[in-house]
Design a protein around this ligand. Sequence first.
Ligand SMILES: Cc1cc2nc3c(=O)[nH]c(=O)nc-3n(C[C@H](O)[C@H](O)[C@H](O)COP(=O)(O)OP(=O)(O)OC[C@H]3O[C@@H](n4cnc5c(N)ncnc54)[C@H](O)[C@@H]3O)c2cc1C
Length: 296
Amino acid sequence: MIRTDGLRGVETEDVAACSGAFLRVAAGEPWDDFVASCVGQRFVGVEALSGIPGLVGATPIQNVGAYGQEVSQTIARVRAYDRRAGEVKTLFAFDCRFGYRSSVFKREPGRYVVLSVSFQLGLGRMSTPVRYGELASRLGVEPGGLAPLADVREAVLALRRGKGMVLDAADHDTWSAGSFFTNPILTAEQAAALPEQAPRFPASPALFGKGGTVAVADDRVKTSAAWLIEHAGFGKGYGTPPATLSTRHSLALTNRGGATAADLVALAREIRDGVEARFGVRLVPEPVLVGISLDD
Ligand SMILES: Cc1cc2nc3c(=O)[nH]c(=O)nc-3n(C[C@H](O)[C@H](O)[C@H](O)COP(=O)(O)OP(=O)(O)OC[C@H]3O[C@@H](n4cnc5c(N)ncnc54)[C@H](O)[C@@H]3O)c2cc1C
């Protein structure tokens, strides 16, 4: 297990009108505290990532993302200890090979220990363009429109609370690892085989980001794992306690109290296999499973 929670501190390396704010954040800083402080200081680019649990050092691992933003859009570089080479290295955004819920750190598990993450953020009162439809409508802006940073943070927190995605010890719906499956990325042919009502998004929102995201032509289509799960017959709350789907979000597998990893994996397997039987799409787990697998 990697312990970096002792590494603390946020260092402002530069703030300039032309290049924005350049901040080096130690791996052990709580992510949401950092987001709140950026919003307070009018640093733009992470406001839609409000309310995500965990530490800053973990965010590059799966290229943490939500509501139309991903950390790859603002990470300039990552300082990491390379266990294989036995030395501390600086990886620029391009070297991190960010993709959807993926990076070099995730592809080479155990090789790197992230020590700090440097972000390059915009300056201003308004957010980056709000591309996520549900967030845009909550804010009363057109998709692609701008909204005040603080409003975006509040709207995201409210949406997340409504889905049980903000940790609350008194609420079993939040006893989860967040989204259990990634949204499937399909070829155009696979996407065409889905029912007409199935959601379809461009596969590469990162194309619109900067630094570290590879701008390649990509006609693949992202669909919604939550939609597939619900339409394969696994509605919110599905399952038998102590492991069930959240009653507020079909993508969260929850522990109603006393569930073991085996209980959760059995539910995950049932859902993955049910979705595959119904739609021919095999869901892939988002969390890293340790010592247990869906394929056992
Ligand atoms: C309720 C809930 C909602 C969530 N919502 C989202 C969401 O909207 N979007 C999203 O992307 N994620 C989401 N997540 C997932 C999770 O919050 C993120 O993956 C977060 O980055 C995990 O941080 P952590 O510090 O807890 O890392 P851990 O869970 O401890 O670790 C995650 C992985 O990263 C590795 N790791 C952690 N720190 C380091 C380091 N310093 N160096 C090298 N490797 C490291 C670990 O070995 C492990 O493989 C959610 C989780 C929950 C519980």
